[in-house]
Design a protein around this ligand. Structure first.
Ligand SMILES: *Cc1c(COP(=O)(O)O)cnc(C)c1O
Length: 426
Protein backbone atom coordinates (compact mmCIF):
# COMPACT_ATOMS: atom_id res chain seq x y z
CA UNK A 1 0.00 0.00 0.00
CA UNK A 2 1.29 3.47 -0.75
CA UNK A 3 1.74 6.29 1.72
CA UNK A 4 -1.25 8.24 0.38
CA UNK A 5 -3.51 5.27 1.06
CA UNK A 6 -2.06 4.82 4.54
CA UNK A 7 -2.47 8.50 5.37
CA UNK A 8 -5.97 8.59 3.90
CA UNK A 9 -7.01 5.63 6.10
CA UNK A 10 -5.82 7.60 9.13
CA UNK A 11 -7.27 10.89 7.86
CA UNK A 12 -10.83 9.63 7.42
CA UNK A 13 -10.87 8.59 11.09
CA UNK A 14 -10.15 12.09 12.35
CA UNK A 15 -11.23 14.47 9.59
CA UNK A 16 -14.56 14.51 7.69
CA UNK A 17 -13.81 12.73 4.41
CA UNK A 18 -10.14 12.82 5.35
CA UNK A 19 -9.79 16.40 4.09
CA UNK A 20 -10.14 20.05 5.02
CA UNK A 21 -11.89 21.03 1.77
CA UNK A 22 -14.27 18.61 0.03
CA UNK A 23 -12.98 18.49 -3.56
CA UNK A 24 -9.57 17.30 -2.35
CA UNK A 25 -11.13 13.97 -1.37
CA UNK A 26 -11.26 12.74 -5.03
CA UNK A 27 -14.87 11.63 -4.49
CA UNK A 28 -15.98 12.61 -8.01
CA UNK A 29 -13.30 10.38 -9.49
CA UNK A 30 -13.64 7.56 -6.95
CA UNK A 31 -9.99 7.35 -6.03
CA UNK A 32 -7.79 7.75 -3.01
CA UNK A 33 -6.44 11.32 -2.93
CA UNK A 34 -2.72 11.88 -3.39
CA UNK A 35 -1.15 13.28 -0.25
CA UNK A 36 1.33 15.91 -1.34
CA UNK A 37 4.64 16.19 0.47
CA UNK A 38 6.22 19.03 -1.48
CA UNK A 39 6.01 21.09 -4.63
CA UNK A 40 8.46 22.90 -6.83
CA UNK A 41 7.97 24.83 -10.07
CA UNK A 42 5.36 23.00 -12.19
CA UNK A 43 5.53 19.82 -10.11
CA UNK A 44 3.96 18.37 -6.99
CA UNK A 45 5.44 15.30 -5.29
CA UNK A 46 3.33 12.83 -3.34
CA UNK A 47 4.28 11.11 -0.09
CA UNK A 48 5.87 8.27 -2.07
CA UNK A 49 8.05 10.72 -3.97
CA UNK A 50 6.08 10.34 -7.22
CA UNK A 51 6.26 13.46 -9.36
CA UNK A 52 3.23 14.99 -11.11
CA UNK A 53 2.95 17.91 -13.49
CA UNK A 54 0.50 20.02 -11.53
CA UNK A 55 -2.47 21.82 -13.09
CA UNK A 56 -4.27 22.40 -9.81
CA UNK A 57 -1.74 25.02 -8.72
CA UNK A 58 -3.40 25.13 -5.29
CA UNK A 59 -6.64 26.03 -7.17
CA UNK A 60 -5.14 29.17 -8.64
CA UNK A 61 -2.74 31.00 -6.33
CA UNK A 62 0.48 29.56 -7.73
CA UNK A 63 0.61 31.53 -10.97
CA UNK A 64 4.41 31.64 -10.78
CA UNK A 65 4.63 27.94 -10.03
CA UNK A 66 5.37 26.32 -6.69
CA UNK A 67 8.05 27.37 -4.26
CA UNK A 68 9.04 30.43 -6.26
CA UNK A 69 12.30 31.75 -4.74
CA UNK A 70 11.16 35.38 -4.70
CA UNK A 71 8.07 34.54 -2.65
CA UNK A 72 9.86 32.05 -0.43
CA UNK A 73 12.55 34.59 0.42
CA UNK A 74 9.97 37.31 1.18
CA UNK A 75 8.22 34.94 3.57
CA UNK A 76 11.45 33.85 5.23
CA UNK A 77 12.39 37.48 5.78
CA UNK A 78 8.97 38.35 7.24
CA UNK A 79 8.92 35.35 9.57
CA UNK A 80 12.08 36.54 11.29
CA UNK A 81 10.24 39.63 12.56
CA UNK A 82 7.33 37.81 14.18
CA UNK A 83 4.20 36.15 12.89
CA UNK A 84 1.36 38.48 13.84
CA UNK A 85 0.95 41.76 15.69
CA UNK A 86 -2.74 42.64 15.55
CA UNK A 87 -1.66 46.15 14.60
CA UNK A 88 -1.25 47.99 11.30
CA UNK A 89 1.95 47.34 9.37
CA UNK A 90 3.93 48.88 6.51
CA UNK A 91 3.31 45.90 4.23
CA UNK A 92 -0.47 46.36 4.42
CA UNK A 93 -0.12 49.92 3.17
CA UNK A 94 2.21 48.81 0.39
CA UNK A 95 -0.16 46.01 -0.59
CA UNK A 96 -3.21 48.31 -0.72
CA UNK A 97 -1.24 50.94 -2.68
CA UNK A 98 -0.06 48.35 -5.19
CA UNK A 99 -3.55 46.92 -5.70
CA UNK A 100 -5.01 50.40 -6.17
CA UNK A 101 -2.26 51.12 -8.70
CA UNK A 102 -2.75 47.93 -10.70
CA UNK A 103 -6.51 47.38 -10.59
CA UNK A 104 -8.78 49.84 -12.44
CA UNK A 105 -11.58 51.68 -10.64
CA UNK A 106 -10.61 50.86 -7.08
CA UNK A 107 -9.51 53.43 -4.53
CA UNK A 108 -9.50 51.45 -1.29
CA UNK A 109 -8.83 47.90 -0.15
CA UNK A 110 -9.81 45.84 2.90
CA UNK A 111 -7.77 42.69 3.43
CA UNK A 112 -9.38 39.53 4.83
CA UNK A 113 -8.27 35.90 5.11
CA UNK A 114 -10.05 34.03 2.33
CA UNK A 115 -12.08 34.46 -0.82
CA UNK A 116 -15.20 33.39 1.07
CA UNK A 117 -14.68 36.16 3.57
CA UNK A 118 -14.01 38.73 0.84
CA UNK A 119 -17.25 37.94 -0.99
CA UNK A 120 -19.34 37.69 2.17
CA UNK A 121 -18.08 41.11 3.25
CA UNK A 122 -18.54 42.69 -0.19
CA UNK A 123 -22.17 41.56 -0.19
CA UNK A 124 -22.72 42.98 3.28
CA UNK A 125 -21.23 46.25 2.05
CA UNK A 126 -23.42 46.27 -1.08
CA UNK A 127 -26.50 45.74 1.08
CA UNK A 128 -25.39 48.34 3.61
CA UNK A 129 -24.59 50.93 0.96
CA UNK A 130 -27.80 50.47 -1.04
CA UNK A 131 -30.17 49.74 1.84
CA UNK A 132 -31.49 46.78 -0.22
CA UNK A 133 -31.61 43.09 0.71
CA UNK A 134 -31.82 41.04 -2.47
CA UNK A 135 -28.81 39.83 -4.40
CA UNK A 136 -28.51 38.18 -7.80
CA UNK A 137 -26.00 35.43 -8.45
CA UNK A 138 -25.55 33.04 -11.37
CA UNK A 139 -26.24 29.34 -11.27
CA UNK A 140 -22.94 27.45 -11.39
CA UNK A 141 -20.84 30.40 -10.21
CA UNK A 142 -19.08 29.79 -6.89
CA UNK A 143 -18.40 32.55 -4.42
CA UNK A 144 -17.24 30.69 -1.33
CA UNK A 145 -19.26 28.99 1.36
CA UNK A 146 -21.02 31.83 3.18
CA UNK A 147 -24.69 31.14 3.92
CA UNK A 148 -26.46 33.44 1.50
CA UNK A 149 -24.47 32.13 -1.48
CA UNK A 150 -25.11 28.43 -0.90
CA UNK A 151 -28.21 28.38 -2.99
CA UNK A 152 -29.82 26.37 -5.76
CA UNK A 153 -32.19 28.06 -8.16
CA UNK A 154 -35.77 27.41 -7.12
CA UNK A 155 -38.43 26.06 -9.47
CA UNK A 156 -39.32 29.67 -10.20
CA UNK A 157 -36.34 32.03 -10.43
CA UNK A 158 -38.49 34.91 -9.21
CA UNK A 159 -39.30 33.13 -5.96
CA UNK A 160 -35.71 32.99 -4.76
CA UNK A 161 -33.66 29.87 -4.21
CA UNK A 162 -33.32 26.95 -1.86
CA UNK A 163 -30.30 26.24 0.31
CA UNK A 164 -27.77 23.99 -1.44
CA UNK A 165 -26.34 22.98 1.93
CA UNK A 166 -27.89 21.65 5.08
CA UNK A 167 -27.60 24.15 7.89
CA UNK A 168 -28.55 27.17 5.78
CA UNK A 169 -31.99 28.51 6.72
CA UNK A 170 -34.51 29.05 3.89
CA UNK A 171 -34.99 32.54 5.29
CA UNK A 172 -31.38 33.45 4.58
CA UNK A 173 -31.40 32.45 0.91
CA UNK A 174 -34.85 33.95 0.41
CA UNK A 175 -33.07 37.10 -0.71
CA UNK A 176 -30.72 35.33 -3.12
CA UNK A 177 -32.04 35.29 -6.69
CA UNK A 178 -30.44 33.09 -9.31
CA UNK A 179 -29.91 34.02 -12.95
CA UNK A 180 -28.22 32.18 -15.83
CA UNK A 181 -24.64 32.97 -16.84
CA UNK A 182 -24.41 34.45 -20.36
CA UNK A 183 -28.15 35.10 -20.34
CA UNK A 184 -28.90 38.82 -19.86
CA UNK A 185 -32.69 38.43 -20.15
CA UNK A 186 -32.62 36.14 -17.09
CA UNK A 187 -31.01 39.00 -15.14
CA UNK A 188 -33.33 41.64 -16.48
CA UNK A 189 -36.36 39.53 -15.55
CA UNK A 190 -35.22 39.48 -11.92
CA UNK A 191 -34.31 43.16 -11.79
CA UNK A 192 -37.58 44.24 -13.34
CA UNK A 193 -39.53 42.01 -10.94
CA UNK A 194 -37.78 43.68 -7.98
CA UNK A 195 -36.85 47.11 -9.37
CA UNK A 196 -36.00 48.73 -6.01
CA UNK A 197 -34.84 45.71 -4.03
CA UNK A 198 -31.67 44.31 -5.57
CA UNK A 199 -28.49 45.42 -3.80
CA UNK A 200 -26.05 43.77 -6.18
CA UNK A 201 -25.37 41.39 -9.01
CA UNK A 202 -22.36 39.21 -8.29
CA UNK A 203 -20.56 37.35 -11.08
CA UNK A 204 -17.35 35.51 -11.80
CA UNK A 205 -16.33 37.49 -14.91
CA UNK A 206 -15.00 34.24 -16.32
CA UNK A 207 -16.95 31.42 -14.74
CA UNK A 208 -14.33 28.97 -13.53
CA UNK A 209 -16.22 26.86 -11.02
CA UNK A 210 -18.51 25.14 -13.57
CA UNK A 211 -15.41 24.34 -15.52
CA UNK A 212 -14.20 27.36 -17.48
CA UNK A 213 -16.91 29.28 -19.32
CA UNK A 214 -16.01 32.71 -20.66
CA UNK A 215 -18.45 35.60 -20.84
CA UNK A 216 -20.31 35.91 -24.16
CA UNK A 217 -19.53 39.13 -26.05
CA UNK A 218 -21.49 41.94 -24.40
CA UNK A 219 -22.54 39.91 -21.35
CA UNK A 220 -20.46 41.79 -18.78
CA UNK A 221 -21.14 45.17 -20.38
CA UNK A 222 -24.82 44.25 -20.38
CA UNK A 223 -24.68 43.52 -16.65
CA UNK A 224 -23.07 46.91 -16.09
CA UNK A 225 -25.88 48.60 -17.98
CA UNK A 226 -28.62 46.71 -16.16
CA UNK A 227 -27.08 47.46 -12.77
CA UNK A 228 -26.92 51.17 -13.60
CA UNK A 229 -30.50 51.13 -14.81
CA UNK A 230 -31.80 49.51 -11.59
CA UNK A 231 -29.44 51.12 -9.07
CA UNK A 232 -27.79 47.81 -8.15
CA UNK A 233 -24.07 47.44 -7.58
CA UNK A 234 -22.03 45.15 -9.82
CA UNK A 235 -19.59 42.90 -7.97
CA UNK A 236 -16.87 41.11 -9.90
CA UNK A 237 -15.72 38.09 -7.92
CA UNK A 238 -12.15 38.02 -9.15
CA UNK A 239 -10.89 35.47 -6.66
CA UNK A 240 -9.72 33.43 -9.68
CA UNK A 241 -9.52 36.01 -12.48
CA UNK A 242 -7.76 38.72 -10.45
CA UNK A 243 -4.12 39.14 -11.56
CA UNK A 244 -4.64 36.07 -13.79
CA UNK A 245 -6.54 37.25 -16.88
CA UNK A 246 -4.37 40.34 -16.79
CA UNK A 247 -2.55 42.40 -14.18
CA UNK A 248 -5.68 44.55 -13.81
CA UNK A 249 -7.99 41.53 -13.74
CA UNK A 250 -11.27 41.21 -15.62
CA UNK A 251 -12.12 44.90 -15.46
CA UNK A 252 -8.97 45.67 -17.42
CA UNK A 253 -9.28 42.62 -19.67
CA UNK A 254 -12.90 43.19 -20.71
CA UNK A 255 -13.04 46.97 -20.22
CA UNK A 256 -16.04 46.78 -17.91
CA UNK A 257 -16.15 48.64 -14.59
CA UNK A 258 -17.32 46.90 -11.44
CA UNK A 259 -18.42 48.70 -8.27
CA UNK A 260 -16.85 46.20 -5.90
CA UNK A 261 -14.18 43.64 -6.67
CA UNK A 262 -13.19 40.65 -4.56
CA UNK A 263 -9.83 38.93 -4.63
CA UNK A 264 -8.19 35.86 -3.10
CA UNK A 265 -5.95 33.07 -4.34
CA UNK A 266 -3.20 34.89 -6.36
CA UNK A 267 -3.03 37.92 -4.04
CA UNK A 268 -1.91 35.65 -1.20
CA UNK A 269 0.88 33.95 -3.14
CA UNK A 270 -0.14 30.67 -1.47
CA UNK A 271 -0.98 32.14 1.94
CA UNK A 272 -4.59 32.56 3.17
CA UNK A 273 -5.59 36.01 1.91
CA UNK A 274 -8.65 37.71 0.46
CA UNK A 275 -9.59 41.32 -0.21
CA UNK A 276 -12.53 43.43 -1.23
CA UNK A 277 -12.07 46.72 -2.96
CA UNK A 278 -13.99 49.61 -4.45
CA UNK A 279 -14.37 53.37 -4.61
CA UNK A 280 -13.60 55.50 -1.57
CA UNK A 281 -17.30 56.38 -1.23
CA UNK A 282 -18.26 52.72 -0.98
CA UNK A 283 -15.32 51.47 1.06
CA UNK A 284 -15.73 54.25 3.64
CA UNK A 285 -19.05 52.65 4.53
CA UNK A 286 -16.97 49.93 6.22
CA UNK A 287 -16.06 50.06 9.94
CA UNK A 288 -14.42 52.02 11.51
CA UNK A 289 -15.39 54.73 8.95
CA UNK A 290 -18.96 53.64 8.37
CA UNK A 291 -21.85 51.51 9.60
CA UNK A 292 -20.98 48.21 7.83
CA UNK A 293 -19.18 46.07 10.39
CA UNK A 294 -16.34 43.75 9.39
CA UNK A 295 -13.18 42.78 11.26
CA UNK A 296 -10.42 40.14 11.40
CA UNK A 297 -7.86 39.12 14.02
CA UNK A 298 -5.34 37.92 11.44
CA UNK A 299 -6.39 40.15 8.52
CA UNK A 300 -3.40 41.69 6.76
CA UNK A 301 -1.12 39.20 8.49
CA UNK A 302 2.51 40.25 7.95
CA UNK A 303 3.69 36.90 6.58
CA UNK A 304 0.70 36.60 4.25
CA UNK A 305 1.21 40.18 3.05
CA UNK A 306 4.88 39.46 2.39
CA UNK A 307 3.98 36.50 0.16
CA UNK A 308 1.21 38.35 -1.69
CA UNK A 309 3.23 41.52 -2.19
CA UNK A 310 6.18 39.56 -3.54
CA UNK A 311 3.95 37.77 -6.04
CA UNK A 312 2.12 40.91 -7.20
CA UNK A 313 5.37 42.87 -7.52
CA UNK A 314 6.91 40.07 -9.52
CA UNK A 315 3.90 40.01 -11.86
CA UNK A 316 4.07 43.79 -12.24
CA UNK A 317 7.75 43.57 -13.19
CA UNK A 318 7.27 40.59 -15.54
CA UNK A 319 4.12 41.38 -17.46
CA UNK A 320 5.32 39.35 -20.42
CA UNK A 321 4.22 36.35 -18.32
CA UNK A 322 0.60 36.92 -19.33
CA UNK A 323 1.07 36.61 -23.08
CA UNK A 324 3.20 33.51 -22.56
CA UNK A 325 0.62 31.91 -20.28
CA UNK A 326 -2.06 32.48 -22.88
CA UNK A 327 0.12 30.99 -25.64
CA UNK A 328 0.88 27.91 -23.56
CA UNK A 329 -2.76 27.38 -22.58
CA UNK A 330 -3.94 27.87 -26.17
CA UNK A 331 -1.37 25.37 -27.40
CA UNK A 332 -2.45 22.78 -24.85
CA UNK A 333 -6.14 23.36 -25.59
CA UNK A 334 -5.41 22.88 -29.29
CA UNK A 335 -3.47 19.67 -28.71
CA UNK A 336 -6.22 18.22 -26.53
CA UNK A 337 -8.82 19.11 -29.11
CA UNK A 338 -6.73 17.51 -31.86
CA UNK A 339 -6.14 14.22 -30.05
CA UNK A 340 -9.76 14.00 -28.89
CA UNK A 341 -10.89 14.30 -32.52
CA UNK A 342 -8.31 11.75 -33.61
CA UNK A 343 -9.60 9.21 -31.08
CA UNK A 344 -13.30 9.99 -31.51
CA UNK A 345 -13.72 11.47 -28.03
CA UNK A 346 -16.47 14.11 -27.85
CA UNK A 347 -14.69 17.02 -26.21
CA UNK A 348 -15.14 20.78 -25.95
CA UNK A 349 -12.12 22.63 -24.63
CA UNK A 350 -12.79 26.10 -23.23
CA UNK A 351 -9.76 28.29 -22.66
CA UNK A 352 -9.55 31.88 -21.44
CA UNK A 353 -5.97 33.01 -20.92
CA UNK A 354 -4.33 30.66 -18.40
CA UNK A 355 -7.41 28.70 -17.32
CA UNK A 356 -8.93 25.93 -19.38
CA UNK A 357 -11.37 23.05 -19.13
CA UNK A 358 -11.94 20.02 -21.30
CA UNK A 359 -15.64 19.12 -21.13
CA UNK A 360 -16.69 15.67 -22.27
CA UNK A 361 -19.62 16.89 -24.33
CA UNK A 362 -20.49 16.76 -28.04
CA UNK A 363 -21.54 20.44 -28.17
CA UNK A 364 -19.85 23.68 -27.26
CA UNK A 365 -20.15 24.89 -23.67
CA UNK A 366 -21.36 28.46 -23.20
CA UNK A 367 -23.92 27.98 -20.43
CA UNK A 368 -24.08 26.12 -17.14
CA UNK A 369 -26.63 23.71 -18.64
CA UNK A 370 -24.09 22.80 -21.38
CA UNK A 371 -21.41 22.14 -18.77
CA UNK A 372 -23.77 19.91 -16.81
CA UNK A 373 -24.15 17.74 -19.90
CA UNK A 374 -20.59 16.50 -19.50
CA UNK A 375 -19.97 12.77 -19.20
CA UNK A 376 -18.65 12.60 -15.64
CA UNK A 377 -17.72 8.91 -15.81
CA UNK A 378 -15.55 9.76 -18.76
CA UNK A 379 -13.96 12.63 -16.88
CA UNK A 380 -13.16 10.25 -14.03
CA UNK A 381 -11.46 7.81 -16.44
CA UNK A 382 -9.58 10.67 -18.09
CA UNK A 383 -8.47 11.94 -14.67
CA UNK A 384 -7.22 8.50 -13.63
CA UNK A 385 -5.39 8.06 -16.95
CA UNK A 386 -3.66 11.41 -16.68
CA UNK A 387 -2.67 10.77 -13.06
CA UNK A 388 -1.21 7.45 -14.14
CA UNK A 389 0.88 9.35 -16.69
CA UNK A 390 2.11 11.74 -14.00
CA UNK A 391 -0.28 14.64 -14.63
CA UNK A 392 -2.28 15.99 -11.68
CA UNK A 393 -5.57 17.60 -12.72
CA UNK A 394 -8.49 18.85 -10.70
CA UNK A 395 -10.28 15.71 -9.46
CA UNK A 396 -13.66 16.97 -10.76
CA UNK A 397 -15.05 18.05 -14.13
CA UNK A 398 -16.42 21.37 -12.94
CA UNK A 399 -13.06 22.89 -12.09
CA UNK A 400 -10.39 24.68 -14.06
CA UNK A 401 -6.95 23.61 -15.19
CA UNK A 402 -4.50 26.30 -14.09
CA UNK A 403 -1.30 27.08 -15.94
CA UNK A 404 1.64 28.70 -14.24
CA UNK A 405 4.69 30.57 -15.48
CA UNK A 406 6.74 27.56 -14.37
CA UNK A 407 5.16 25.17 -16.89
CA UNK A 408 7.69 24.87 -19.72
CA UNK A 409 7.38 23.43 -23.21
CA UNK A 410 8.70 20.11 -21.91
CA UNK A 411 5.89 19.72 -19.35
CA UNK A 412 3.28 20.87 -21.84
CA UNK A 413 4.46 18.33 -24.41
CA UNK A 414 4.48 15.60 -21.78
CA UNK A 415 0.93 16.60 -20.85
CA UNK A 416 -0.26 16.57 -24.47
CA UNK A 417 1.31 13.13 -24.91
CA UNK A 418 -0.43 11.89 -21.75
CA UNK A 419 -3.74 13.23 -23.04
CA UNK A 420 -3.22 11.55 -26.40
CA UNK A 421 -2.57 8.17 -24.75
CA UNK A 422 -5.42 8.63 -22.30
CA UNK A 423 -7.93 9.59 -25.01
CA UNK A 424 -6.86 6.57 -27.03
CA UNK A 425 -7.99 4.36 -24.13
CA UNK A 426 -11.25 6.16 -23.29
C1 LIG B 1 -12.10 29.94 -4.53
C2 LIG B 1 -13.17 30.92 -4.78
C3 LIG B 1 -13.82 31.59 -3.73
C4 LIG B 1 -13.60 31.22 -2.29
O1 LIG B 1 -12.31 31.47 -1.87
P1 LIG B 1 -11.75 30.67 -0.57
O2 LIG B 1 -10.41 31.29 -0.36
O3 LIG B 1 -11.72 29.23 -0.96
O4 LIG B 1 -12.69 30.95 0.54
C5 LIG B 1 -14.70 32.61 -4.04
N1 LIG B 1 -14.95 32.95 -5.31
C6 LIG B 1 -14.36 32.32 -6.35
C7 LIG B 1 -14.66 32.76 -7.74
C8 LIG B 1 -13.48 31.27 -6.12
O5 LIG B 1 -12.93 30.61 -7.15
Amino acid sequence: MDQSQLLYDRAVKVMPGGVNSPVRAYRSVNMCPRFIAKADGPFVYDEDGRRYIDYVCSWGPMILGHNHPVIREAVEKAVKDGLSFGAPTRREVEMAELMVELVPNIEMVRMVNSGTEAVMSAIRLARGATGRDKIIKFEGCYHGHSDCLLVNAGSSALAGGHPSSAGVPEDIVRHTLTAQFNDLPSVEALLSAYPQEVACVIVEPVAANMGVVGPAPGFLAGLRKLCDQYGALLIFDEVITGFRLALGGAQAYYGVKADLVTFGKIIGGGMPVGAYCGSRALMEQVAPCGPVYQAGTLSGNPVAMAAGLAQLRYLKDHQEIYAKLNQKAAWLAGEMDRSAKKHGVALAVNQVESVLSPFFVPTEVTRFTDAKGSDLQRYARYFAGMLHHGVALAPAQFEAMFLSAAHTKAELEETAQAAEETFAGL
